[in-house]
Ligand binder design. Structure first.
Ligand code: 3HC
Length: 311
């Protein structure tokens, strides 16, 4: 790069400006954004599976309608994010091929099963809650298209989190069996939700550079701590117990202390050995194959439209 291009980029980042698709950017900046945005988009698309599993079995029409809207939102979030990544030069087809080949990741959190209806509520409260904590700072990410995609996604994510909380509250205040089902779901989803924020800062190879480039505004541990501080009082309101006996308010730190996370579980999942990794990717590959005719029809229609306009 000529010094002026690099200097121009550095000055924009230093002034907390926005890099746009046509601006010059270092290859590493482009590469790490494609990596993160593609992974974020894949997380949304794969994340449709655990909850989608309950659409036909929701306990009421109201819950079914809410869940349907939420799963459709996740599909839309995936498409916004794929569009943001495409502005960096990687096509959607290529990203999907890499996902199907296991060469691009999606969030560890979606490799867990959803055996009961309470899992849908726990995902809303915890997984979407963690997603919001992670995504709000990304609305100020230095890359324009990603930051703008986050603004709309965060609005819809808030609805996802609130409906999850409300559904958990209904279960918790319901029959003893319903309360037990809600508690069981929290027991299973709490620790994996903390892992969503990524490895501890001392084991986070991308953090230093992502922070220097204004992509990562807060560290993995800072956001994890923020999430814990939000959840503890909410769990009290829900009348549910978080499965961590080390949780306690630390007046010096002005934060909650919490127990040790089992990072071996996290690394096993990243290696593809989680409870649902194979099933999630196989289902995704099958959905892609089943949807080929839709893509072909849309492409054919677009070609005819173009020919008609061209004539
Ligand atoms: N699941 C899978 N992989 C993870 C992970 C997780 N929870 N956390 C970290 N990793 C991977 C990283 O991708 C990186 O591997 P890579 O270099 O091959 O990509 C490695 O572990 C080391 O982690 P780092 O901390 O160095 O990586 P990052 O700086 O990228 O930080 C991150 C990880 C905080 C997840 C960051 O990528 C990020 O903020 N991503 C955007 C948010 C996102 O992807 N959220 C998905 C949550 S689910 C969701 O949003 C759906 C909602 O609707 C519920």
């Amino acid at each position: 790069a000529s010094t002026t291009e690099q200097d121009g980029f550095d000055a924009l980042i230093a002034a907390d400006g926005r890099i746009e698709p046509r601006d010059w950017m270092p290859d590493g900046y482009r590469k790490t954004l494609i990596r993160q945005i593609a992974q974020h988009g894949h997380s949304e698309i794969i994340g449709m599976q655990p909850e989608g599993n309950w659409i036909t079995r929701a306990p009421s029409l109201r819950r079914k309608a809410i869940l349907l809207a939420k799963v459709q939102d996740e599909a839309g979030h995936g498409l916004y994010l794929y569009s943001a990544a495409e502005t960096l030069g990687m096509s959607r087809e290529e990203m999907l091929d890499l996902l199907h080949a296991g060469r691009q990741k999606y969030s560890s959190i979606f490799n867990y099963p959803t055996p009961t209806w309470a899992d849908v509520a726990a995902i809303g409260w915890l997984v979407d809650g963690a997603a919001i904590t992670n995504q709000v700072p990304l609305t100020r990410c230095s890359y324009g298209p990603y930051a703008r995609a986050m603004v709309r996604i965060c609005k819809e994510e808030s609805f996802h989190q609130r409906q999850g909380f409300e559904s958990l509250l209904a279960l918790s205040n319901g029959t003893p069996e319903q309360h037990a089902m809600a508690q069981d779901a929290i027991d299973r989803w709490w620790w994996p939700s903390l892992m969503m924020f990524g490895p501890p800062d001392e084991n986070s190879p991308n953090s230093a550079q992502s922070s220097a480039w204004g992509i990562k505004r807060f560290s993995n541990d800072e956001l994890r701590q923020r999430f814990v501080d939000i959840c503890v009082p909410q769990a009290e309101t829900l009348g549910l117990t978080l499965p961590d006996t080390d949780l306690r308010w630390n007046a010096e730190r002005n934060h909650y202390d919490f127990g040790v996370i089992d990072w071996t579980e996290f690394h096993e999942i990243l290696k593809g050995n989680g409870p649902c990794n194979r099933q999630r990717v196989a289902t995704r590959r099958q959905a892609h194959a089943d949807g080929a005719w839709v893509r072909e029809a849309a492409a054919e229609y677009a070609a005819k439209q173009a020919a008609r306009e061209g004539s």
